[in-house]
Design a protein around this ligand. Sequence first.
Ligand code: SF4
Length: 325
Amino acid sequence: MGAAGPAGWQDVLNLIKAERRAGPPAPVDTAGAEVLADPAASERDKRFHVLIALFLSRWVPAATPGGRAAARGRLTDPCCSQTKDPVTAQAVRNLQALPGGLTPENLALNVSEAAIDAAIAKVGFHATKAKRMKALAQMCHEKHGGDIPPDAAQLMELPGIGPKMAFIAMNVAWGKAAGVGVDTHVHRLCNRLGWVDTKNPEKTRLAVEQWLPIEEWIDFNPTLVGFAQLRCRPIGPTCDGCPVRHRCPVGRGEKPPNPPKQPKKERNAAKEVPAKAAKKRGKAAAEGKGGVKAVKAAKAGPPSFDAFRFSGGGGRPPEKKKAKQ
Ligand code: SF4
């Protein structure tokens, strides 16, 4: 932190908080990762439950343990915030019901990968997740004394755990403001509000952490996620009546709610492998089609990777693509 931050961010955040306090609960308020932690489990095992819940669903937590959502008494609905959340919730319950329970030690030493897979069978990519969960449990058991690591960098060393989950786990499981948890909702809202101009959640996190006071970090995610779920949805945000419309470039009609999509024709053209395009041009030239331009292009050979990249092609260099085929 250190930068001043976008003009008026504090007012906007306060208005968002006020709407969240006054309004109905959002899915994030009733669906935190900690909701699925077995209340009878030890603190150490509850942390593992939170991590596994995040790992399975990549959901957004309701709040820190004992925090805002708990105070509002809304931690009653054991589901999570995205479309397949009931499936994820059931998977966590199935894991908790395994003989020996949901602990790193039990998953590492006693429960087979097949049994984990069976418990999470309805979750997408369950086979891959079962494999990674087994490895994750083994690392927690062997390297971290049967607990989840207490810092984000070490959390990210666990299989299947990226920055978003690591920082949310730090906030929720450890109650530590190690970073701002930025998921797709927070990323979208921060860009719509003009607070950042970024292409992905990780870049948004780094930008926001430059100016957001650390005291705001833990609650920033659930506050914005709930607002985004109820009002500032991905498609069709309810700008009418939005308390921050006067401060929002999208609400004022100065920019579209979502980044404009590249026309399909341009996307396809950009994807075209340059070597293939050159071959096509060569063929056209050989057939006497395409005029002087085509003949010159054919003589020049395939364009360089830089030419490809800067023309908007992006992606892997053509040589590598060819080698992969
Ligand atoms: S004005 Fe519209 S786009 Fe801006 S924050 Fe409110 S709902 Fe979202």
